[in-house]
Ligand binder design. Structure first.
Ligand code: GDP
Ligand code: MG
Length: 394
């Protein structure tokens, strides 16, 4: 039998975000390498094992989109590095919806770019409250003034989007040189981790609320049945308890007959855990990504709601042109992705990039939503807006 999961340290979910090619995956690999070389429980996860499409990943039932696991002296982390393919922002939203904190990777050579801004806007809206900046590729800057300038620019950017830009730690790193084992840069990785340990607080876990876990992935384990994976948003679930899977279609009732985290069985999953739940008698096609697993009767899916949105400008990776009523983008809530039709407030004809707006939305399929929930509106590969539900209508 497999070894049971033992809770020894507080568990946090973090991730890397930032513009493409600024070094997120290299940094993720470097973190695991530097920690593995410190001894303890950590193992090195190489770049090419992190940077690949989810469908290629078959390791264990809880390892989905490039989740790597490591621990510092005081904490256990699950770290998600969003893969660099077309679905990047989609995965970022899924990941961001579950993050307790994030490392914003900014190349010291290029400074903040459109995707840097886009990810900061999304982080803010989707509830990633705590950021640490990795000013990466610092090995390429032969001038400290340049690094100072980029740091200042990043702090201003964070302040503009509602973070405390002066207080956010900015650590100058080189993921590549650390991966190559250069002591100066190895040290900086440890500095970065110390900043994460210190600056990202252990979030209050809502253990007393009814169990809820958005489904990130559905897998079939031969001989055992259907397993759903995701990060537990609230509450706890013990083996043997009854659950309901809701949203996107008819509800399914089942019993959780097995629970695992990072390949290790556990008796009880709780808020903040990355969990795999084995569902008795459920066929693979009956449940899917975007639904939520919850305590029966605790949540009802909805189609209509009101929201406040920030419409991204082109410089934030958004549209160049306004949109009008009856606009039908995709709405990304947690792990789901549903089309919706937009109604504008009285007297408003169009909403322009860069503006704030109040919208009423009617979704094509019902999903679990509640006031305060963050979401993104997307059209093709563009993030059109980031928003927050203010009122559920029906
Ligand atoms: P991602 O798209 O943000 O995940 O970026 P990658 O990790 O794939 O890195 C993009 C490119 O930048 C690769 O060619 C890396 O080798 C290079 N790179 C990443 N980090 C550093 C660094 O710290 N210094 C230098 N010089 N190059 C880096
Ligand atoms: Mg990458």
């Amino acid at each position: 039998t497999k070894q049971q999961y033992v809770r020894t340290k507080p568990h946090l979910n973090i991730g890397t975000m930032g513009h493409v090619d600024h070094g997120k995956t290299t940094l993720t690999a470097a973190i695991t390498k530097v920690l593995a070389e410190q001894g303890g429980n950590n193992s090195y996860v190489a770049f090419d094992r992190i940077d690949r499409a989810p469908e290629e990943i078959e390791r264990g039932i809880t390892i989905t989109i490039a989740h790597v696991e490591y621990e510092t002296a005081t904490r256990h982390y699950a770290h998600v590095d969003m893969p660099g393919h077309a679905d990047y922002v989609k995965n970022m939203i899924t990941g961001a919806a579950q993050l307790d904190g994030a490392v914003l990777v900014v190349s010291a050579q290029d400074g903040a770019m459109p995707q840097t801004r886009e990810h900061v806007v999304l982080a803010r809206r989707i509830g990633v409250e705590h950021l640490v900046v990795a000013l990466n590729k610092a090995d390429l800057a032969d001038d400290e003034d340049l690094l100072d300038l980029v740091e200042l620019e990043v702090r201003e950017l964070l302040t503009r989007y509602g973070f405390d830009g002066d207080a956010v730690p900015v650590v100058r790193v080189s993921g590549l040189r650390a991966l190559e084992g250069e002591p100066l840069w190895t040290h900086r990785i440890l500095d970065l981790l110390a900043a994460v340990d210190e600056h990202v607080p252990i979030p209050p876990r809502r253990l007393d609320l009814p169990f809820l876990m958005p489904i990130e992935n559905v897998l079939t384990i031969t001989g055992r049945g259907t397993v759903v994976t995701g990060a537990v948003e609230q509450g706890t679930l013990a083996v043997g308890e009854t659950v309901e899977v809701i949203g996107l279609g008819p509800a399914v009732t089942s019993v959780a007959t097995g629970l695992e985290t990072f390949g290790k069985p556990m008796e009880r999953a709780e808020a903040g855990d990355n969990a795999a739940v084995l569902l008795r008698g459920v066929k693979r096609g009956e449940v899917r990504r975007g639904q939520v697993v919850c305590l029966p009767g605790s949540v009802r899916p909805h189609t209509r709601f009101r929201a406040d949105v920030h419409v991204l400008s082109a410089a934030e990776g958004g549209r160049r042109t306004p949109f009008a009523a009856n606009y039908r983008p995709q709405f990304h809530f947690r792990t789901s992705d549903v089309v919706g039709a937009v109604t504008l407030a009285e007297g408003i004809a169009v909403v322009r990039p860069g503006e704030a707006a109040e919208l009423t939305v009617e979704l094509g399929l019902p999903i679990a939503i509640s006031p305060g929930l963050g979401f993104a509106m997307r059209e093709g590969r563009l993030t059109v807006a980031a928003g927050t539900v203010t009122e559920v209508l029906d």
